[in-house]
Design a protein around this ligand. Structure first.
Ligand code: TXA
Ligand code: MG
Length: 367
């Protein structure tokens, strides 16, 4: 049986309830085919398996099986109107689950698939409404992670997979994060080590006249526009007005939130450090535990509080990769209030700030 031979005892049974979740380790670039074949069988039979992708870990089930999608919502505690992405491993599969794939989308696929890009099209009849949260459209992605691709093939070709976290918690960037949230709730966790990107895929909606970015990610707006010309950002992403709803149902929910109250502080380094130090002192005087998300450059300036560095400002991909892990780490610290520097970096700043702002419930101080 899967996992009996490579069970990771540290994850096992931590939050046991219901299922005996097995953890199988694979070499991420050269995964053991027999192991993935067995995990694929679990998925084909309607079970659930978490697996690494280049963005975050996914919680996979058979995307063409309504019952599997229902199980995914239940395991995550996710509202069932929040649609799932179907992961595929080749272009032939795209035609089977969609109608009307525009030329521009084909161009983007040629450039960025396999990779951290999800595209939304009109769905074909093969895709059950349970997978699309009742919508007529379907989100599709071809990941570049070798383990993910091999598992998709082994699992029947169409793996529905949201991020493998409990709904509302930061997305998982390691198998240990998945185990924290889903032990006892799914059959298998495929441990392929840390992910490469650390933020979820860019989502582009092709069901509108002009393609719309519903979620920013590693592939940014200008990279997309270089290939297909103008696209627009979903208004719900740019405006914090409660009445303007984002089009991706998942983007409307409070998300990624650590247990502590998170505040982002933006301004010159000097002012930010001074403000955060003052706030931490005042809060500690009230008996609160405080924390700071700083950088390698600034961590030494914060005093008398728990400080975690997200990495150096010289490496924005590192900042993106560490964000969700650092939010989880503050839950372990049992912090009451966390302050974070702002990370409006040149290439991935939009994606990083989108996640950070959601985690903070849009609470940001400008100095
Ligand atoms: O990188 C990723 O995309 C990861 C990995 C596992 O592939 N997956 C992921 O899935 O982030 P999830 O379910 O956590 O986020 C998918 C987002 C949600 O906000 C959902 O509402 C939106 O995509 N979405 C899915 N199908 C949609 C559709 N047909 N129309 C509009 N939004 C859709
Ligand atoms: Mg998610």
């Amino acid at each position: 049986m899967i996992g009996e031979r490579k069970r990771n005892e540290t994850y096992e049974g931590r939050r046991g309830c219901g299922l005996n979740t097995r953890v199988v380790r694979v070499d991420k670039d050269n995964p053991d085919k027999t192991v993935l074949q067995e995990v694929g069988e679990v998925i084909k039979k309607g079970g659930l398996a978490a697996f690494p992708t280049e963005t975050v870990y996914g919680l996979g089930g058979d995307g063409l099986n309504a019952g599997s999608s229902q199980k995914i919502y239940a395991a995550k505690g996710r509202p069932s109107d929040n649609p799932l992405i179907i992961h595929i491993a080749d272009m032939e599969s795209l035609a089977q689950i969609t109608e009307d794939v525009p030329e521009k989308a084909k161009k983007l696929a040629e450039k960025f698939w396999p990779g951290p890009l999800t595209m939304i099209f009109k769905k074909s009849d093969r895709v059950p409404y349970e997978t699309t949260g009742g919508l007529e459209s379907v989100a599709v992605r071809m990941p570049s992670h070798q383990t993910a691709l091999a598992l998709i093939r082994a699992g029947g070709g169409f793996i529905a997979a949201p991020s493998a976290n409990t709904s509302g918690r930061p997305s998982p960037t390691s198998a240990a994060h998945v185990a924290e949230d889903l032990t006892g709730k799914i059959e298998v966790i495929v441990d392929g080590g840390e992910v490469g990107i650390g933020l979820e895929s860019t989502i582009v909606d092709f069901t509108e006249e002009v393609p719309v970015i519903l979620r920013p990610g590693y592939i940014n707006q200008s990279m997309i526009e270089e290939v297909i010309g103008p696209v627009r950002m979903d208004r719900g992403l740019l405006i914090t007005d409660e009445k303007v709803k984002p089009k991706a149902p998942g983007m409307k929910y409070r998300h990624y939130a650590p247990n502590a109250e998170l505040t982002i502080v933006q301004g010159s380094t000097e002012k930010v450090v001074q403000y955060i130090n003052e706030q931490c002192l005042a809060l500690q005087a009230q008996g609160k535990r405080t924390g700071v998300i700083g950088t390698d450059e600034t961590r030494k300036f914060y005093q008398g509080t728990v400080v975690k560095s997200i990495g150096t400002r010289q490496d924005e991909e590192g900042i993106a990769r560490h964000l969700f892990g650092i939010l989880r780490a503050f839950d372990e610290e049992k912090a009451d209030c966390i302050f974070s520097e702002s990370f409006d970096t040149p290439r991935m700043g939009q994606a990083i700030m989108n996640r950070l702002l959601k985690a903070a419930g849009h609470h940001i101080i400008y100095l």
